[in-house]
Design a protein around this ligand. Structure first.
Ligand code: ADP
Length: 284
């Protein structure tokens, strides 16, 4: 096997945005006749707080990495960094080939549902049908008068949160790439659909693909080849599920002890995970 993605001691900050914010606050303070130095001190502290700190990982071809962590811990930022949108301030990042990215909220342009999935790529019936089936969109299309030729947005149907999420996933999976980045693809799905799509799409259809999935579900962490747990931009854990149980026993037993954890909705799960990570990192 070969390595598809490698991160070595990578740190990054969203300093550009904060720089702009700093300028804005400075201007506002000037306008209010407040001394400049207060804002500079405040923002100097913010400026040097990276969103990702010293992250290392590698992912072999065809493997799955699950990224979990507290809210605001840098999961999306990590994907942005792999996409090249966030430039590391330190460390090395290495990958080659094409990336397909599924954002938390997919952008839907006016046009047919099929166009929204193809997203400019040519229609391949076999590929399209297998993706549609794996993302459970077939059932939705069957209910529409013009099936997947139904118009979206302007004068057309509006999609539910779950439909939108599955459409976004289908779009990302339809694209042929070397590395797939799926940012919380199950957020708006019910437990049963989430389970089925994880199985059929992420595990089966994408079995030979190199994948990074942002998720909070234990079942997904167990099935992934590697797990990265982030807390406040730090790597709280990186390794396999059994290594997680061995190296982070407190964290593991807290979550594994909660029988219902995997069966509550993704938003509640996120806050439980955040609380749990806070608790264990304070205890350590
Ligand atoms: P998570 O996905 O784990 O919830 P994020 O990566 O979205 O965490 O956010 C981590 C931090 O980075 C937050 O403080 C957030 O405000 C900031 N952030 C995320 N995306 C951007 C962006 N595009 N520009 C500036 N700051 C960002």
């Amino acid at each position: 096997t070969t390595t598809e993605l490698e991160l070595v001691n990578v740190s990054a900050s969203w300093d550009e945005g904060i720089g702009e914010l700093f300028e804005k606050i400075k201007q506002e303070n000037k306008a209010n006749g407040q001394p400049n130095c207060d804002a500079s001190l405040f923002f100097t502290n913010l400026y040097i707080t990276p969103v990702l700190k010293n992250i290392s990982l590698y992912l072999e071809k065809g493997k799955m990495l699950a990224v979990a962590g507290s809210t605001g811990s840098g999961k999306s930022s990590l994907l942005m960094m792999i996409l090249g949108e966030l430039v590391p301030s330190e460390g090395k990042i290495r990958h080659s080939g094409r990336i397909s990215f599924s954002p938390q909220t997919p952008w839907i342009m006016p046009g047919t549902i099929r166009d929204a999935i193809l997203f400019g790529l040519t229609y391949d019936e076999y590929r399209y049908t297998s993706v549609i089936k794996a993302c459970q969109l077939e059932e939705d299309f069957a209910l529409l008068p013009e099936k997947d030729k139904t118009l979206l947005v302007e004068g057309g149907v509006t999609l539910s949160g779950g439909q939108r999420a599955r459409l976004g996933l289908a779009r990302a999976v339809y694209k042929d790439a070397d590395l797939y980045l799926l940012d919380a693809p199950f957020t708006h799905l019910d437990i049963v659909t989430e389970k089925e799509i994880f199985e059929k799409c992420v595990c089966k259809l994408m079995a030979s693909k190199t994948r990074i999935v942002v998720t909070s579900k234990l079942e997904h962490l167990k099935r992934a080849d590697k797990i990265l747990l982030l807390h406040n931009g730090d790597c709280y854990f990186y390794g396999t599920f059994s290594e997680l149980q061995a190296q982070r026993p407190d964290f593991s037993s807290l979550l594994l002890g909660m029988e219902a954890y995997d069966n509550i909705n993704a938003e509640r799960r996120s806050s439980i995970l955040t609380e749990t990570l806070r608790r264990v990192s304070v205890d350590e």
